[in-house]
Design a binder for this molecule. Structure first.
Ligand SMILES: NC(=O)c1ccc[n+]([C@@H]2O[C@H](COP(=O)([O-])OP(=O)(O)OC[C@H]3O[C@@H](n4cnc5c(N)ncnc54)[C@H](OP(=O)(O)O)[C@@H]3O)[C@@H](O)[C@H]2O)c1
Length: 379
């Protein structure tokens, strides 16, 4: 069975060519992507379980955290035979279903459903039914998942797009819903070239809004974002580092001119942007930058302090701060419908064969000019 796994540098494989190393933050991490991993024979499924054979998978920002932790742990504890399969998105085909599975049958094409809220709110949860992320090991060519973590898509849905769709689509749709836009709204989207923000920007034309400002960190990325031709959009290049305030020229454009902010990196942007929000404004965020560094010895990640002025500004202006974790099945339904009805154009996909796994990892995490999702295909 194929899978992309983090391993110890001395992990032994039959085919040495399938082992390679990639550096992240100057640290070398060893991987294997090979057919060599054992497959369970005579799989017996639980009542609600589904056996899925993957056709492709992709990685998200969050996965780097697991990659770094596993690699450090394998090296520090000298775990030479241990391996951690990675990946959090996929497209696959149903091979077998448990006795009580409804709505899915052998041969159906599926992607993960990152439904969070609705599972969290269940009074009783069956074992194996997780809220949010379906799996952190989706590169496993064969995997057993709870049927409620799977979402059926039609054959017409291209495999490459499906292999990197759910998290951006579901999270982006959920944040747009929570931003409560109307035809007079001005929206600001930070981290413009992140996959999360790209989904937001591409789904935005299906919502009412007046103008959208998009913050990005380089002229190259701004040029790529311009080419997306998002209606009523202004792309703003912020050349300042993450520890500095936003460019003054940008502040002048945005001051008291923003009704909603969608921000995937609130530990960077909240304290720099909060005062730009108008009366009744909404600040919606789904993430923090550098989650990989959390739990890294010697790295102080707990010193962020919120200015008191932020609290005063939020109180005096009736501003709401909304955290957003993933989305609902309804959010995914809406995003899939938009895509199938050609109202969501997803052209920025980079598809690589599993035989180019090293390049896949480099592009996923080390290519500073990457715009769009990088997917790794088994077929
Ligand atoms: N909780 C949830 O539901 C959920 C779901 C999805 C994603 N997220 C979070 O959303 C964030 C983005 O995830 P993603 O997968 O979309 O990421 P991604 O595609 O890897 O984002 C890369 C982009 O993020 C921006 N960025 C990266 N590091 C930065 C830094 N140090 N300072 C400023 N900007 C930086 C840059 O864009 P620019 O150069 O254009 O600024 C960069 O091109 C992460 O925090 C992730 O954990 C959360």
């Amino acid at each position: 069975m194929k899978q992309l796994a983090v391993v110890h540098p001395e992990f032994e494989v039959a085919n040495p060519a399938s082992k390679f190393a990639v550096s992240f933050f100057g640290e070398r991490v060893n991987f294997v992507l090979d057919d060599c991993f054992p497959e369970k024979e005579n799989v017996v499924l639980g009542d609600h379980e589904v056996l899925v054979r993957k056709k492709g998978f992709s990685l998200n920002y969050r996965d780097l955290n697991f990659i770094m932790k596993a690699s450090r742990h394998f090296i520090s504890d000298n775990c030479k035979t241990a391996y951690l399969p990675i990946g959090s998105e996929f497209v696959g085909e149903v091979e077998q279903t448990g006795r009580l599975v409804t709505g899915l049958q052998k041969g159906d094409r599926v992607i993960p459903n990152w439904n969070y809220e609705e599972i969290r709110l269940l009074k009783k949860r069956k074992p194996g039914l997780t809220a949010g992320v379906a799996s952190n090991s989706t590169s496993k060519e064969k995997e057993i998942l709870h049927f409620r973590k799977l979402y059926k898509i039609p054959e017409t849905f291209p495999l490459e797009v499906a292999a990197g769709f759910s998290i951006g689509a579901q999270t982006g749709m959920s944040m747009l819903r929570k931003a409560k836009l109307n035809s007079k709204s001005t929206l600001l989207v930070t981290g413009g070239s992140s996959n999360t923000s790209l989904f937001v920007l591409k789904m935005l034309p299906n919502f009412k809004y007046k103008h959208v400002y998009v913050l990005t960190s380089s002229t190259e990325k701004a040029q790529q974002l311009e080419k997306l031709n998002i209606k009523n959009a202004t792309i703003l290049v912020n050349t300042k580092s993450k520890d500095e305030d936003i460019d003054l020229a940008i502040v002048k454009i945005l001051h008291n001119n923003v009704d909603a902010i969608i921000d995937p990196f609130c530990n960077i942007y909240l304290k720099k942007l909060y005062y730009l929000l108008r009366f009744n404004g909404r600040y919606v965020t789904c993430g923090i930058e550098n989650n990989t560094l959390y739990n890294t010895p010697g790295t102080d990640t707990e010193t962020m302090q919120l200015p008191e002025n932020l609290l005063v500004h939020f109180i005096m202006n009736n501003i709401s701060f909304t955290g957003n974790c993933l989305g609902t099945t309804r959010d995914l339904d809406k995003a899939v419908d938009l895509y199938l009805n050609e109202k969501l154009s997803l052209s920025n996909y980079h598809s690589l064969s599993y035989k180019n796994a090293c390049e896949f990892l480099e592009m996923s995490y080390n290519d500073t000019n990457r715009l769009g999702k990088v997917v790794c295909m088994y077929e």
